[in-house]
Design a protein around this ligand. Structure first.
Ligand SMILES: NC(=O)C1=CN([C@@H]2O[C@H](COP(=O)(O)OP(=O)(O)OC[C@H]3O[C@@H](n4cnc5c(N)ncnc54)[C@H](O)[C@@H]3O)[C@@H](O)[C@H]2O)C=CC1
Ligand SMILES: CC(=O)C(=O)O
Ligand SMILES: [Mg+2]
Length: 545
């Protein structure tokens, strides 16, 4: 088992079994007297933990409980998550993780992962070498600047890599010993945090872009030197940094940006089932995106690509895409657009006949365009108003409406409202969990269109297939495999995405599709489907003693 004995073994979160150590293990490893007499099974421990979770006063306390369980006994933590994924997910992930990030310094208990701070920029390799475990398959890194839809959380952003990696393990089966969360601490512009006496990060405004990109370069170099085969996932970087970082490194190492590419894949996957029920292929839809950040642009780029694959020219596809930001519709006469936004900007001549003064807003777009798909990645709570939703529903039979911003409080609309305003005709999916819809006396679950359906499977795929790059085609393969798993394909009343109880099986299917694409793209060693299936099974870690 290990050379650790006694208290050392009991307090090693990867090796301890707590009260599940058997009589003979207790004798062998110097544990006698350190545990109460009874020997319990993992199953009994799981039930006890859920009882303790139930007794916590609110979800933030449940989050704190689960985080501390993870630091105490990882096998048990993952067995607890596996026991009830649907209940556990909102506690370790959105929406509760947002509160965990907000209160990170105040709630601090134990270190996990690596904190790479700008003042220590000359010791990046040394700090990476100090990582708690040497062999790593997946790193999730953030700089804490754009945490979900709640903005700059500085060092508190670490809650996100920790949460994402726990899903890499519980859904994607990545061995928890082989995961590494990293926080790049380059300061914070959050005035409350700078004033907070408990703040645990580098108490300083964020550094300039020149210093920032040099620091990220040095970080990537250090990762390549220390862990050349690791999957490096960029998470919750602010839009001005997210796409440039991805473009800079995507062809140099095994890397992807979850908010840009993972979100695109899950949105396209959910659109697959929705388009089938709506009876209109994507290439015949007008698609409106509210939010022109890295997530919104990433999704629209994959939507555009899908339309092209369905037979449109690039120009025809773009003509069906309408993107708005906080100032309104992206148009070519605006001088505040980044290159990737400009690629979707509309010619002002397209909207001249609308007679709108200034930039057209969402209400104008749905008034004048027969929009069948409305997506929100804006952080703007309530942006999909009753009037907007009703206008849309007056023009198309089955409007597809996805308020995808996180956490729950940032959603562009509540599914129950959208359902009521459209008399049950809208096909809805959200970024954070919402209660089921009640229709005709039946509870209908709302699909959670969140990149959690994709990134764990991508991690499983590249680890099993030993891929060295994440190509766009691999992310599209993930989208297709997820789309094919939509329960709505078989039953128009079913949710657009698989149930949480099935999410691991879905991850295996997605992983196979992604691994296969990696082989096709020449970024993984040649392997048959059977070999890939065996590798995926062999990679999968499950929580057991
Ligand atoms: N469901 C999922 O899996 C995912 C959801 N997200 C969510 O997407 C949101 C946006 O993420 P990013 O693109 O990185 O953020 P961002 O802050 O870079 O972009 C937000 C965009 O929305 C626009 N916006 C803000 N208020 C608006 C309003 N009232 N009307 C129209 N546009 C408005 C902004 O101008 C900007 O273009 C976040 O809430 C995040 O949690 C992000 C990734 C995955
Ligand atoms: C889900 C996610 O990655 C986000 O909201 O940023
Ligand atoms: Mg994110």
């Amino acid at each position: 088992m290990s050379d650790l004995t006694g208290c050392g073994l009991l307090s090693d979160p990867l090796r301890t079994k707590g009260t599940a150590f058997t009589e003979s293990e207790r004798a062998e490893h110097g544990l006698r007297g350190l545990l109460p007499y009874a020997v319990t099974s993992l199953d009994e421990q799981v039930r006890r933990c859920w009882g303790q979770i139930d007794r916590q006063s609110d979800d933030l306390q449940r989050y704190v409980y689960l985080r501390s369980l993870q630091d105490r006994n990882e096998t048990l933590f993952y067995a607890v998550l596996a026991h009830d994924v649907a209940r556990a997910l909102p506690l370790v992930y959105t929406p509760t993780v947002a509160e965990g990030c907000r209160h990170f310094s105040e709630l601090w208990q134990r270190p996990r992962g690596l904190y790479l701070s700008w003042p220590h920029r000359d010791q990046l390799v040394e700090m990476l070498r100090n990582r708690p475990r040497k062999e790593i398959d997946v790193i999730v890194v953030t700089d804490g600047q754009r945490i979900l839809g709640i903005g700059d959380q500085g060092v508190g952003g670490m809650g996100i890599p920790v949460g994402k990696l726990s899903l890499y393990t519980s859904i994607g089966g990545i061995d928890p010993a082989r995961t590494l969360p990293i926080l790049l601490d380059v300061g914070t512009d959050n005035a409350d945090l700078l004033d907070d006496p408990f703040y645990l990060g580098w108490r300083h405004h964020r550094i300039s872009d020149d210093d920032y990109f040099a620091f990220v370069d040095a970080f990537v170099e250090a990762v390549q030197a220390e862990l050349p085969e690791v999957l490096l996932q960029w998470e919750d970087f602010a839009t001005p940094h997210a796409a440039p970082i991805l473009e800079r490194y995507r062809d140099r190492l095994l890397t992807f940006n979850d908010d840009i590419q993972g979100t695109a894949a899950v949105a396209l996957g959910a659109l697959h089932g929705a388009s089938k029920i709506a009876g209109t292929p994507l290439k015949e839809q007008q698609v409106v995106m509210v939010g022109a950040g890295s997530a919104g642009i990433g999704v629209m780029d994959m939507v555009r690509q899908e339309m092209v694959d369905e037979g449109l020219s690039d120009a025809q596809a773009r003509a069906r895409c309408w993107i708005l930001d906080v100032h309104g519709l992206l148009t070519t006469d605006r001088d505040d657009l980044a290159e990737d936004q400009r690629a979707f900007a509309r010619d002002p001549a397209d909207v001249e006949s609308w007679g709108v003064q200034g930039n057209p807003q969402l209400a104008d777009v749905v008034e004048h365009v027969r929009a069948g798909v409305l997506l929100g990645l804006s952080t703007a709570k309530g942006a999909f108003t009753e009037e907007i939703v009703r206008t849309m529903a007056s023009k198309v039979e089955r409007p597809i409406i996805f308020p995808l911003s996180n956490p729950t409080a940032n959603a562009e609309a509540r599914p129950a409202d959208v359902d009521a305003w459209t008399e049950g005709k809208a096909l809805v999916a959200t970024g954070s969990p919402f209660p089921p819809l009640h229709r005709d006396g039946v509870d209908i679950p709302v699909a959670q269109c969140n990149n959690v359906y994709v990134f764990p499977a991508v991690g499983l795929a590249v680890t099993a297939a030993r891929a060295n790059r994440v190509t766009n085609a691999m992310m599209r393969a993930a989208a297709r495999a997820l789309g094919d798993a939509s329960p709505a394909l078989a039953d128009a009343k079913a949710p657009l995405l698989p149930a949480w109880a099935d999410v691991r099986d879905t991850a295996d299917d997605i992983a196979l599709a992604v691994a296969r694409q990696a082989v096709t793209d020449g970024v993984a060693p040649d392997a048959s489907d059977d070999e890939l299936r065996t590798a995926i099974r062999g990679t999968r870690w499950t929580p057991d003693y």
